[in-house]
Design a protein around this ligand. Structure first.
Ligand SMILES: [Zn+2]
Length: 110
């Protein structure tokens, strides 16, 4: 029974609804949910914000604004994006993986 690598790029309806449910929980419940990943605040020092830094990440379900596909931005991918790729904290997933890579291809060909 190998566990399939779940990238969130093709979530089942059940996974998507579960992610939405977790997101709608009370923050304290969300924080202690098994899918929450604690943030390493020391790695977030590039974020210069008056708001509070995230203490943890949870899977973010979203609908692609280009093609309408449902995807989940996995907590571990957010952690990588913010802490390793030093992404801006206001960044949210708005396009699915396919649409993003299409855009990347276009940029590369210029
Ligand atoms: Zn898309």
């Amino acid at each position: 029974m190998g566990k399939k690598l779940n990238t969130g790029r093709n979530p089942s309806t059940k996974e998507f609804l579960e992610a939405e449910r977790v997101l709608s929980l009370h923050p304290l419940q969300r924080k202690t949910h098994p899918s929450a990943i604690p943030a390493d605040v020391a790695k977030l020092d590039h974020i210069n914000t008056y708001g509070s830094l995230p203490e943890y990440y949870v899977d973010q379900p979203f609908t692609c604004r280009q093609c309408g596909k449902h995807e989940i931005w996995k907590a571990k991918d957010q952690k990588w994006y913010y802490e390793e790729a030093k992404g801006h904290i206001d960044a949210i997933a708005i396009e699915c993986h396919a649409c993003r890579s299409r855009k990347k291809d276009r940029h590369n060909s210029i």
